[in-house]
Design a protein around this ligand. Structure first.
Ligand code: UDP
Length: 365
């Protein structure tokens, strides 16, 4: 079975790494499986792409479509066209896409229009908020995928209730957590930890990149200002996403407790998270990682497509509500945060389950 794997943006690289490891392992055991890796170029620089390949031992992509930048529509359109041409030149039995970025949706469409089966990893999750570009990508990708792999039983149930064939939807666990558990023993202390004289459980980590938080410059700067005031003395490490950099006010750089860095590598970032007192974020993936590591997490979002991180994990939703943010920060500071319970099948074996299903599916192709 020849699989074309697609990755385009930072969270994609973290999700495909354990799938590639598992394909290699199964191939070495004699299974009929091989892959071709296509990088769409959606994220292109070293901080958002290159360093993840090195750290997570992801082989160099077989091709890079170089579809970076531009508007949502321009980016999606350029990936659609470039991936179609790539698939025509390199036929395969199945295209596997992960997550919810533009590359996920565009490559699923190109493949289906060529009658190539599509598998979607991280299917069936919904924020029910169409203002998020990712929600559109999730709905469209799921609608045309032949095989759907979900992180929770609820996501599986949702897809089946929405009309998906129950024989083609599989609850397998979470590949992002496969990566986390595979690399946990290699997390490494970043230089900033020493330079800023950080002490374990006495600093915070913050990330922001969703359009709803970073597209309005004055709102973003007021939000950060308020958060810094609520936190008080303790330092806040803020690895800044390129989209956020555009909106960020230089006046905030004067704040001595706000430590701004480039986006960090995976091993250094998760070292910081694991040892932080708390995390403030609008990321989806980070709420999964904090839940598994038991680190308190405040989501600066009004909704989430990952309710299990709230029901079982360490996450809460605060949006931009200042009362909630302040109260949650106080709770974390006074060590009154809820403790996490295990999330079913988030055990580091999702990739193994996915490849098992794909090998079975190969027999019916
Ligand atoms: N991450 C990282 N370095 C950073 C910030 C995040 O390695 O400076 C990792 C993080 O551990 C998680 C992923 O990037 O695995 C989350 O990506 P992002 O927040 O961009 O995407 P989302 O999960 O919201 O789709």
């Amino acid at each position: 079975m020849k699989i074309t794997l697609v990755a385009g943006a930072r969270p994609n690289f973290i999700k495909i790494a354990p799938l590639i490891d598992e394909i290699k392992r199964r191939r070495n055991l004699g299974d009929d499986i091989s892959y071709r890796l296509v990088h769409t170029g959606q994220h292109y620089d070293d901080a958002m792409s290159g360093q993840f390949f090195k750290e997570l031992n992801i082989p160099q992509p077989d091709t890079n479509l170089n579809c970076s930048g531009h508007t949502q529509a321009e980016q999606t359109a350029s990936i659609l066209v470039a991936f179609e041409a790539d698939l025509v030149d390199h036929p395969c039995d199945l295209v596997l896409v992960v997550g919810d970025v533009n590359s996920t949706m565009a490559c699923a469409i190109s493949a289906k229009k060529l009658n190539i089966p599509v598998a979607h990893v991280e299917a069936g999750i919904r924020s029910f908020d169409d203002r998020m570009p990712e929600e559109i990508n999730r709905k469209l990708t799921d609608a045309i995928s032949d095989l759907c792999f979900t992180t929770t039983q609820d996501a599986k149930d949702f897809l089946i209730q929405s009309g998906h064939d129950k024989n083609k939807v599989f609850f397998v666990g979470n590949v992002m957590i496969d990566s986390l558990l595979n690399h946990k023993s290699s997390f490494k202390k970043p230089a900033i930890f020493i330079k800023e004289k950080l002490e374990k459980k006495k600093y915070w980590v913050m990330t922001l990149h969703r359009p709803s938080n970073v597209d309005d410059k004055s709102e973003l700067n007021l939000l950060i200002e308020d958060i810094l005031n609520y936190i008080g003395e303790q330092k806040v490490i803020f690895p800044m996403h390129p989209r956020t950099r555009k909106a960020f006010g230089l006046e905030l750089e004067k704040h001595s407790n706000l430590i701004i860095t480039e986006p960090l590598g995976y091993l250094e970032f998760n070292y910081l998270v694991e040892n932080a007192l708390g995390v403030l974020t609008d990321s989806g993936g980070i709420t999964e990682e904090t839940s598994v590591m038991g680190v308190p997490c405040i989501s600066l979002r009004e909704n989430t497509e990952r309710p299990e991180t709230i029901e079982l994990g360490t996450n809460v939703l605060a949006g931009k509500d200042r009362n909630k943010i302040q109260n949650y920060i106080e709770l974390i500071k006074s060590n009154k945060w809820k403790s996490a319970r295990p999330i079913p099948l988030w055990d580091g074996k999702a990739s193994e389950r996915i490849i098992n299903h794909l090998l079975k599916y190969n027999h019916v192709l």
